[in-house]
Design a protein around this ligand. Structure first.
Ligand code: AMP
Length: 214
């Protein structure tokens, strides 16, 4: 099973993707996480990507497709992949098609999480993450016991550089202009595309995703 979890930034793709991956034994492939890791590690890719990411723009299709190719050809991908934050352009979708064709694994479908823009700005501008263990909080709806400190490991919480209001709005505009057309591409190709309301409890949304997959 190779699935695409689709939707604007802040729709909950990371959270829901991790749950789906655990439930079905899939590898969660988040191009955003891979890029942030490259930035942290200070690799050539990270140096090239950082400014683009901080501005809310898209990293080049060639760099992204090379990253995805490496993972798809590795053992991690054997049981199937849930793609999170990829493909983000029609060119990436075409590149993924070519890769999957090469590997003789058809795409199962696209699951879309729908969330309106103001809710996204609220979610992302209040999002804080633990730099050490990765737990995500929200300063209003899911705050840690002590402001700025991770409940699980005690490390400092940080805000992603692209989670400021101006950059969130830019990311939303990029999503509308460059990423949403990918859905029309898949519909034209006859790939199943299913839309789910992305607001509500994490458990309820997960249950809906699982039901749609069944
Ligand atoms: P995300 O964590 O998915 O919101 O991604 C954070 C940032 O990484 C995006 O705003 C882009 O700058 C970059 N990025 C992640 N995935 C892609 C992709 N598939 N194509 C281009 N840029 C990406």
């Amino acid at each position: 099973m190779d699935l695409i979890l689709f939707g604007p930034p802040g729709a909950g793709k990371g959270t829901q993707g991790a749950l789906l991956a655990a439930r079905f034994g899939l590898h969660r492939l988040s191009t955003g996480d891979m890029l942030r890791e490259a930035v942290r590690a200070g690799t050539e890719l990270g140096r090239r990507a950082k400014g683009i990411m901080d501005a809310g723009e898209l990293v080049s299709d060639d760099l992204i497709l090379a990253m995805v190719r490496d993972v798809l050809q590795s053992d991690a991908a054997t049981n199937g992949v849930v793609f999170d934050g990829f493909p983000r352009t029609t060119a990436q979708a075409e590149g993924l098609d070519a890769l999957l064709l090469e590997l003789d694994r058809p795409l199962t479908g696209v699951l879309v999480l729908r969330v309106d823009d103001e809710e996204i700005v609220r979610r992302l501008s209040g999002r804080r993450g633990c730099a050490q263990c990765g737990v995500i909080y929200h300063i209003e709806s899911d705050p840690p016991a002590r402001a700025g400190v991770c409940d699980r490991c005690g490390a400092a919480l940080v805000q992603r550089p692209d989670d400021t209001e101006d950059t969130i709005r830019r990311r939303l505009a990029v999503y509308r202009e460059q990423t949403e057309p990918v859905l029309a591409y898949y519909r034209r190709a006859g790939v199943p595309v299913r839309e789910i309301e992305g607001t509500g409890s994490i458990e309820a949304i997960q249950a809906e995703l699982v039901e749609v997959l069944a």
